[in-house]
Design a protein around this ligand. Structure first.
Ligand code: PHE
Length: 337
């Protein structure tokens, strides 16, 4: 452990859920621009410390994401670190109530949303128990609903900017992850004439993908020759090794924290591969949620703001090229402006 490392965030609260016994970490990275926002991740971790670490890392990324999207919010994140064996379904309501308590305790400095392992329905419960500090409740309960479609829309805008002035038609695109967002991205790309190859750990999704017109593969798409690679599963796929083996020309997708190692970015750059940081490409979900629920935007206005992700991508690309910066640096510098 590096004992001289200073704490870059504002607060890290870790509680042991009174009902569930689960360790819940809420990281507030910054409230400088407004309340901290960030999803609620519920998944097994080897230890609570790993969960707290993840909350810290993800909350910092949320600060940059909000700033790049031009939103008056800061970054935060909740991680409920389940034991490796998970918790039974029956205990889940206890856990959600514990999470609501943890969010309440922060007094409004942080508001949550759905993330890996949590749903719109969970947000409805947290909204009710924690003073309304949760986005994305189901529309019939007054919320803006799941943010999947908005996230997919933002990724498509970023992808289009990444291939500009060319078009998506005729490109060979590999999508890793056929979850709710990955699937919408596949659908839209096929509609626009791209050739889509997709993979997912859940092989049961294969018929659905094929019905859309995508080609299913079990190969490692990272190594396949592709025009575009879309990481739409969990993060951390870009290591020095995978960057050296990557066969794509452009990498852009919604997965959070794609860069497992800063050095991977240098490898990508040296090989002429453009990586559009997830903090830029994945902002559609938060833009839609806060736009609709708190900033008074209608659907048209929210969509226009999501489509403007394309302009941010172009600006960050230009800054990176002009100053010879890695994309993540360029994104942070652009955010700081
Ligand atoms: N997974 C989204 C995120 O962390 C969840 C979210 C949506 C958070 C809306 C806040 C508001 O980016």
């Amino acid at each position: 452990m590096n004992r001289t490392e200073s704490f870059a965030g504002e607060a890290l609260q870790v509680v042991r859920g009174a009902r569930s016994g689960v360790a819940i970490a809420v990281a507030v990275h910054s409230t400088e621009r407004g309340p901290a926002i960030g999803g609620c991740r519920i998944k097994p971790y080897p230890s609570w410390r790993d969960g707290a670490d993840d909350a810290l890392r993800l909350s910092a990324a949320m600060t940059v994401k909000c700033a790049l999207a031009g939103l008056p919010y800061g970054g935060g994140k909740t991680v409920a670190a389940l034991p490796p064996e998970g918790i039974g379904k029956a205990r889940r309501p206890e856990l959600i109530a514990d999470i609501a308590d943890a969010i309440s305790a922060l007094g409004g400095r942080y508001r949550t949303g759905p993330d890996i392992g949590s749903s719109s329905e969970d947000m409805a419960v947290i909204h009710r128990l924690a003073h309304g500090w949760a986005f994305c409740r189901p529309p019939d309960q007054g919320g803006s609903g799941t943010s999947s479609a908005a996230t997919a829309r933002g990724v498509l805008a970023a992808l289009q900017a990444g291939v500009a002035p060319g078009s998506v038609a005729g490109l060979r695109v590999g999508v890793i992850g056929f979850g709710s967002v990955g699937r919408l991205i596949c659908e839209a790309l096929i509609e626009r004439g791209a050739e889509v190859v997709v993979t997912d750990v859940d092989s049961g999704l294969r018929p659905v993908a094929e019905r859309l017109g995508a080609t299913w593969t079990t190969a490692d798409l990272l190594r396949e020759p592709l025009d575009v690679l879309v990481p739409a599963a969990t993060g951390g796929l870009l290591t020095v090794e995978s960057a050296a083996a990557c066969g794509a020309g452009l990498i852009v997708g919604p997965a959070n924290n794609q860069l497992a190692d800063e050095k991977a970015e240098t490898v990508l750059r040296d090989r002429g591969i453009t990586w559009i940081p997830d903090v830029v490409a994945s902002a559609g979900g938060i833009i839609h949620a806060v736009g609709r629920e708190e900033l008074g935007m209608d659907e048209t206005a929210a969509n226009a703001k999501i489509d403007a992700i394309a302009d941010t991508v172009s600006a960050v690309l230009a800054l990176a090229r002009e100053r010879g910066l890695p994309m993540s640096r360029a994104a942070r510098e652009y955010a700081a402006r």
